[in-house]
Design a protein around this ligand. Structure first.
Ligand code: ADP
Length: 288
């Protein structure tokens, strides 16, 4: 059982942007979703946890490992899949995994080969192992990314904005793969896509302007909004007026017509109907 304990983490960039503002959260085994709009501070947090950049203050412990003061220890048990998984031209999937396994300190050739073969099979790329990764589709590259993140049996896996650029089929396969490995280790999935978290994560946090504005289970927090979310189809010209009059959580176009969700303890009447709250309602409520 692994536990990641983040306490009072703060980071101000030289340009004065406070990307992490006293972030504290405890995360244990399973898939944890970190949701936030662009610029919220998700990547700053992920890079700090992956020991790729330093924080100004605060502490991070993975079980007994003091992550910020002992990055080398952490890296032995870390799998990191960055937003852009860059690869060298012409390298094959097998060569790439072998190379990263060497970098991760797996010096025994036989052990390394077994591990690489096992991972190629796990991510369903064994047949393509001798092909150049450069020619792979987005989804295949992400699977190589997951395979390399799994080298060395990490306890902590960090996945930063994983599904951008994947088609729906690739995204499903990628999700299944994550859910499959996510039982015994901590996987932190950072994303601005609400559906990714809804589909995969039993625990989550929402980040905005460098702060954690929510931490808990998606089902519990959705439950909190029950009976308070109302929807109505309105004309485009009415959007501004409704935003003034009601606490509008979201407005989106359905077949060319704006559908708004508003938050209200009581029935706003005026043609609104009560709806089952969803994670998107939670997200917009927490970041506004
Ligand atoms: P997210 O991953 O949620 O989009 P980031 O962590 O990338 O958020 O960014 C958080 C804030 O910090 C943003 O305002 C961003 O512009 C700023 N920022 C990120 N990296 C740097 C950097 N290296 N130097 C200065 N500002 C940065």
């Amino acid at each position: 059982m692994a536990t990641l304990k983040i306490e009072n983490l703060t980071k101000v960039y030289p340009n004065g942007v406070k990307a992490l503002d006293n972030v504290s959260v405890e995360i244990s085994n399973g898939m944890f979703g970190l949701l936030g709009p662009n610029g919220a501070g998700k990547s700053s947090l992920m890079r700090t946890l992956a020991t790729l950049q330093e924080a100004d203050s605060g502490t991070v412990f993975l079980n007994e490992i003091d992550v910020l003061n002992n990055p080398i220890e952490l890296r032995k048990t870390l799998g990191y899949l960055p937003q852009e998984f860059g690869v060298y031209p012409k390298i094959t999937a097998e060569q790439l995994l072998n190379h990263i396994a060497i970098l991760k300190g797996i010096t025994n050739g036989k052990e390394r080969k077994e591990m690489v073969n096992y991972l190629l099979q796990k991510v369903n790329l064994y047949e393509q192992r001798n092909k150049s990764v450069k020619g792979f589709s987005g989804g295949m590259k992400q699977r190589v990314g997951i395979a390399q993140a799994l080298i060395g049996n990490p306890q902590l896996i960090i996945v930063d904005e994983p599904t951008a650029g994947l088609d729906p089929g690739e995204r499903n396969r990628f999700h299944n793969l994550l859910a499959d490995v996510g039982q015994e280790v901590i996987i932190i999935l950072s994303t601005h896509i609400v559906d990714d978290v809804r589909e995969l994560c039993s625990k989550m946090a929402i980040m905005n302007l460098g702060q954690l504005v929510f931490h808990g289970s998606p089902t519990d927090v959705i439950q909190e909004l029950k009976g308070k979310v109302w929807q109505k189809s309105i004309a485009r010209t009415e959007v501004a007026e409704y935003q003034q009059k009601y606490q509008v959580i979201s407005d989106k176009m359905i077949a060319g017509t704006p559908l708004i969700h508003v938050l209200s303890e009581t029935n706003p009447s005026n043609g609104f109907e009560l709806v089952e709250p969803n994670l998107e309602d939670v997200f917009f409520t927490k970041i506004n």
